[in-house]
Design a binder for this molecule. Structure first.
Ligand code: AMP
Ligand code: MG
Length: 323
């Protein structure tokens, strides 16, 4: 069975094709802002201008007849972007006469991570631009045990980078700078119960920079503080739920310092740490295709009338009957 998935919740426009064994194809045409951060309408404009070409390119490599399911990110994400992708998926589904599946974007990150690492029932740390959550499955539902109270960690890194004159996406640039950081400056460490918050930290870090602290030291101090918060909450969830697996997913999961800190924490607890290959970490079409395949095999389809986008779609809303 083969599924085609379209991702386009924010910056990434990506089509993936997977079968039960492997990722067959991924094609990307990302939106890169000329200046500033991601502008929802500009991103949607980009997606609408490029989606046709991307579909054509994919179908020059795989015959449309071979596809069994058409899927798309139904949410959460930026409304204008989601609508472009949903429209494209509906058109393909009607034209090719194949079933349509709208999937939850966060769940797709998580399930492709489990697929590629072999993690069974982990606590998952999902860290991306717009989202930051600690998630675990109990029975037939995934539940969010802790999450950001304001912005996602990726967003926070991007904002800080932008303030220091670096272009979007800032996460990888902050990572590089942090490697040469020499001195740690204290920043607000905000963990409230199982939740955390980053926007106060961003403001404080921006002030450090304005007061003449080097980019390297600011980046280093920011990473150490923010990642320690994420490690603390992940560890607390693992202890509370008595789980011995941690899975890291989402674009920020590409960061080697974050991985290193989580690895140390897991080793101390005699737990296993998992992270999928970097190309499947950030937003991509393959994860959408993979989740839809799993759902299709378990009887899920999305009727046209139910295919409207869900900008606030929560992972808890999905019944997980494949486990
Ligand atoms: P996603 O929304 O899952 O595609 O993730 C995008 C976010 O990941 C952006 O905010 C990027 O700045 C961030 N990101 C990508 N690579 C890295 C990295 N190596 N370290 C930190 N953040 C990163
Ligand atoms: Mg994402």
């Amino acid at each position: 069975m083969i599924s085609l998935g379209i991702e386009g919740t924010a910056w990434s426009l990506s089509i993936g094709v997977v079968d039960e064994k492997e990722v067959l194809l991924v094609e990307n045409d990302p939106y890169i802002p000329k200046e500033g951060g991601i502008h929802p309408r500009e991103a949607a404009q980009h997606h609408s201008e490029r989606i046709g070409k991307l579909v054509k390119s994919v179908f020059s490599k795989i015959e449309p007849d071979k596809i069994d399911v058409i899927s798309f990110s139904q949410g959460p994400g930026m409304g204008p972007c989601l609508r472009i992708v949903a429209t494209a998926a509906r058109v393909l589904s009607l034209k090719l006469e194949k079933p349509l599946i709208g999937v939850n974007h966060c769940l797709a990150h998580l399930e492709v991570g489990r697929w590629k690492t072999g993690a069974k029932n982990p606590v998952t740390l999902y860290v991306s631009g717009g989202n930051s959550q600690v998630i675990a499955r109990r029975g037939k539902r995934y539940r969010v045990f802790g999450e950001t109270l304001d912005i996602g960690i990726g967003n926070a890194l991007d904002k800080l980078a932008r303030h220091m004159g670096l272009k979007h996406p800032g996460g990888p640039k902050i990572e590089k700078l942090a490697r040469n950081g020499k001195r740690y400056y204290e920043l607000p460490y905000v963990v409230k119960g199982m939740d955390f918050s980053f926007s106060g930290m961003v403001t404080a870090a921006q002030k450090l920079f304005d007061n003449g602290i080097s980019k390297e030291d600011v980046a280093f101090s920011f990473q150490e503080t923010a990642f320690a918060m994420l490690a603390e909450v992940s560890e607390r969830a693992m202890a509370y739920l008595d789980r011995d697996e941690l899975l890291l997913v989402g674009g920020v999961g590409a960061n080697s310092r974050l991985k290193e800190m989580l690895e140390v924490m897991c080793k101390d607890r005699k737990a296993r740490f998992y992270s999928p290959p970097t190309e499947l970490m950030g937003d991509n079409g393959a994860m959408i295709a993979y989740l839809s395949l799993l759902m299709f095999k378990h009887g899920y389809v999305t009727e046209l009338k139910d295919s409207t986008v869900k900008p606030d779609f929560r992972i808890e809303e999905v019944d997980v009957s494949w486990e």
